[in-house]
Design a protein around this ligand. Structure first.
Ligand code: FAD
Ligand code: UDP
Length: 387
């Protein structure tokens, strides 16, 4: 083993915690800081004092993956409980099944079509003859036709992104399946679950290693300039690291209005509101994320979720990634590549929409890259994955 290195990791979310763990297991010393007073980043969960319900403090998080290595890793750090995510959508005051499946189609058109009939019918609705749709709207029109697009996607997407779907990339809609069966599982991955004691306990376990020191309520910008670290892994926003010198990368932020209601309130974990004249996007009822605690609560915690443009000081949640943002991102990437001693990682550090499983898989790669670079006596790169 070479001389252990001293590494500073900014951010105690999944990315920072997993990089720290892997480097610590390789014999290096990791100091993990986070400006928040808790670990787990946006996946943080905490029991609500009044009701006892486990709340997903920064919005609903369901763990789903096809990556066996990631699934094994997370199961080593928590007890993953079986959970199957189902979402309902309120359209014009009626409740439908989401993502669009045979039940949704039959409900929406008041029909009783078979899978094959529905497939032929929906193909007949397709309005866009572009072979390879690039915008959200083209993708939707090709995928489900105008009626379903207008009812389920246009209003919700306008509220979620603050932009006409014509201006958004097709990739956002491609996250959702279209099924001609009654399968209403929101996710299509082989492994799915939620940690029995919440995500924060899982991240605590990842960080529980003798070579890891965690310092909460500590902001990177307030640290001493040269604190003697051999390398920094930065999982905060790329533009923030450079003090926004080249401008602000666009993000959506979320505002959650928390209320306590008599249990049960809406009867499911997530109810989307697709109409544009309803100001919020969805209501989350947190007790349904812990089906193994069913029947335990008299009172229920709900979050009504509003999506807004992130301003200075707001929490950046979703990278917008429009053409202008991508040009600015390129400039930041050049700046970062010309800066030594820091590797950018995670959802904010790479300005990417990453699910938890992808964040963990990428964190494995980042740690392996840093370890290899140290072993070969070279400086780790600014980015490990293609930007
Ligand atoms: P984060 O969790 O954002 O952690 C970064 C940490 O860095 C934060 O704690 C922050 O405080 C800290 N930090 C930043 N800058 C500084 C600084 N300068 N100094 C000190 N600390 C700093 N994924 C799923 O797999 N399933 C889901 O159902 C799901 N739902 C989601 C719902 C919402 C509303 C959102 C926004 C995301 C969802 N995700 C989901 C994605 C998931 O949140 C991310 O994959 C995960 O949080 C990424 O972890 P991270 O460590 O890269 O970033
Ligand atoms: N979407 C929609 N209506 C819905 C659910 C989703 O229009 O009822 C769109 C919306 O633009 C969203 C995208 O589909 O951003 C992808 O859905 P996903 O559940 O992945 O949403 P996100 O993670 O962005 O909240």
């Amino acid at each position: 083993m070479l001389k252990p290195k001293n590494i500073l990791i900014v951010g105690a979310g999944f990315t920072g915690a997993v990089v720290a763990r892997k480097l610590a297991e390789a014999g290096h010393m990791a100091t993990v800081i986070d400006e928040r007073g808790h670990v787990a980043g946006n996946c943080h969960t905490a029991r609500d004092k009044e009701t006892g319900v486990m709340v997903h403090v920064y919005g609903p998080h369901i763990f789903h993956t096809d990556n066996a290595r990631v699934w094994e890793f997370i199961n080593h750090h928590c007890e993953m409980m079986p959970y199957r995510h189902q979402v309902r959508a309120n359209v014009g005051g009626k409740i439908f099944s989401m993502p669009i499946n045979l039940h949704t189609i039959n409900q929406f058109f008041s029909t009783s079509m078979s899978p094959k009939e529905a497939q032929t019918f929906v193909q007949g609705l397709a309005e866009c003859d572009v072979d390879d749709p690039t915008t959200f709207e083209e993708q939707a029109l090709k995928f489900v036709g105008r009626d379903i697009y207008e009812a389920f996607f246009r209003g919700y997407t306008l509220k979620q992104w603050g932009l006409e779907p014509k201006r958004l990339p097709a990739s956002i809609l491609k996250r959702l399946p279209l099924r001609f069966t009654y399968d209403d599982n929101y996710f299509a991955h082989g492994f799915q679950g939620i940690p029995r004691d919440g995500y924060t306990a899982a991240v605590d376990s990842i960080l529980d290693h003798p070579n890891i020191v965690v310092r909460l309520s500590t902001t990177a910008e307030n640290l001493d300039g040269d604190a003697g670290y051999d390398h920094v892994v930065y999982t905060g926003s790329l533009d923030r690291y450079f003090d926004h010198t080249l401008g602000r990368l666009a993000y959506r932020t979320l505002r959650f209005e928390k209320e306590v209601k008599d249990a049960p309130y809406q009867g499911t974990a997530v109810l989307n509101y697709c109409d544009v004249d309803v100001p919020f996007t969805r209501i989350t009822e947190h007790m349904y994320f812990a089906p193994w605690e069913a029947g335990k609560f008299d009172k229920s915690v709900i979050y009504t979720e509003f999506s807004e443009t992130a301003k200075a000081g707001d929490i950046p949640y979703y990278p917008v990634r429009l053409v202008d943002d991508m040009a600015m991102l390129d400039s930041y990437v050049s700046l970062a590549n010309a800066t030594s001693g820091v590797t950018f990682a995670g959802r904010l550090g790479t300005y990417a929409y990453l699910d938890m499983d992808v964040s963990i898989a990428r964190a494995f790669d980042v740690a392996e890259h840093i370890e290899t670079a140290f072993a070969q006596d070279r400086k780790p790169d600014a980015f490990v994955h293609e930007m």
